[in-house]
Ligand binder design. Structure first.
Ligand SMILES: NC(=O)NC(NC(N)=O)C(=O)[O-]
Length: 387
């Protein structure tokens, strides 16, 4: 079993790939239909784990592959699948990751998107997942009915590259005219057939804030609230967008983990209050889904036992929600919401008394000292101005 470590900082990813993957099974993404799942089922597309290769492993259908792989077509047409996003949102770009599909990768792809209501979705045939399956003519006709009136092409047919180590990521930016529309469903078309290991749809959730009152406490930073990570100092082992994923972290990989700082061993320094602290820090900036006031914070070091940070501080600032990192760096006036707190191994820390009322904020900066891993951050507060 060969698996590449997922290291974000060393790869030249486009900026949109820092956003949340709205199709991820972790955020509730679901495959609703696929024309063919012969060699490998389409559900693999939405997995969070990096794709893997199993040397010499075969199933009754062929070589075991980690992804979605259809049979070689012997008739006209192409394969496609429909995915319901984990949450409705705007899409900036996608990654058609063909890892390990070399002589059998999907050579051309196009992406369509739609905003479908429940009853429209229920027109689709019931999905039965599993390899070795092919949609019947009746199912195909039923699923294709959804095609004509609803789908907008957000990425026209584009050549994909095979899944070798240096070519496997096919990052495709959506057509600008479609990048501000709120979509619920995606149709991934592969021409004519073949395999894709993972399909990531990078964007921001657009929740319905009209149903949230000003007195309600909500997690303003959560991915489901439209929160996203806009910058960080280091994401060697785990991307800080994991901090705002739903639920508890499933393992250490499902959190923000930095590399060990090279200025180790840290030295003890005195802060402005005379408290001794370790030197060095790492930071991540989270854009809230809605401007608001912060009342409570949760810092969860779940699974981080030999590598939890010594301490953590949270600052906030008020800027336009669409500010980019450069603008934030130049213009932000950071105010401390949570003064530095000692952290503990594998613990959900709740802070309420310690939280300082700094007024409304649009972004928070999570600062960990000196380095290590945090699983989740919950920024619990009240929305301020209706957007
Ligand atoms: N060796 C293969 O991968 N062959 C076939 N694919 C699988 N998974 O067996 C194919 O379609 O080319």
């Amino acid at each position: 079993m060969a698996q590449r470590p997922q290291i974000y900082t060393k790869l030249n990813y486009p900026k949109f790939a820092e956003l949340n993957n709205l199709a991820s099974e972790k955020l509730g993404g679901k495959v609703l239909f696929a024309t063919d799942d012969w060699f490998a089922a389409a559900e693999n597309l939405l997995k969070e784990d990096p794709p893997e290769w199993r040397e010499g492993e075969f199933t009754v259908y062929g070589k075991w592959m980690d992804g979605w792989e259809t049979r070689r077509k012997r008739k006209p047409g192409h394969d496609w699948c429909i995915i319901r996003l984990g949450m409705p949102g705007t899409i900036a770009g996608v990654d058609v990751d063909t890892s390990y599909f070399t002589g059998n990768y999907a050579p051309r792809v196009s992406i369509q998107a739609a905003t479908l209501a429940g009853p429209e979705e229920r027109q689709l045939p019931q999905r039965v997942s599993g390899m070795g399956r092919e949609a019947s003519e009746v199912e195909l006709t039923q699923a294709a009915k959804l095609n004509s009136q609803n789908w907008t092409t957000i990425i026209p047919m584009t050549e994909a590259k095979p899944g070798y180590h240096d070519t496997c990521h096919n990052f495709l930016q959506v057509t600008p005219a479609t990048s501000t529309t709120r979509y619920t469903h995606i149709r991934l078309n592969i021409f004519p057939d073949g395999g894709v290991a993972r399909f990531r749809v990078f964007g921001s959730a657009v929740p319905d804030w009209s149903s949230v009152s000003h007195s309600q406490i909500v997690d303003l930073a959560a991915a489901v609230s439209g929160g996203s990570c806009v910058g960080y100092s280091d994401a060697h082992y785990g991307h800080p967008r994991n901090l705002i994923s739903p639920g508890r972290g499933i393992n250490m990989g499902d959190g923000w983990e930095t590399a060990r700082r090279l200025d180790r061993p840290p030295v003890l320094i005195e802060d402005e209050r005379g408290v001794l602290k370790v030197s060095g820090y790492e930071w991540a900036i989270l854009r809230l889904g809605h401007t608001g006031t912060v009342h409570e914070l949760e810092i969860d070091t779940h699974h981080f036992k030999g590598n939890f940070p010594d301490s953590c501080r949270v600052d906030g600032c008020l800027l336009p929600l669409d500010a980019d990192l450069q603008y934030i760096k130049e213009k932000a006036v950071w105010k401390t919401i949570l003064p530095s707190q000692k952290l503990h191994s594998h613990t959900q820390h709740h802070f309420k008394q310690e939280v300082i009322a700094v007024g409304q904020v649009s972004h928070v900066k999570v600062v960990m000292a000196p380095d290590g891993g945090i699983s989740r951050v919950r920024v619990l507060g009240k929305i301020f101005n209706k957007l």
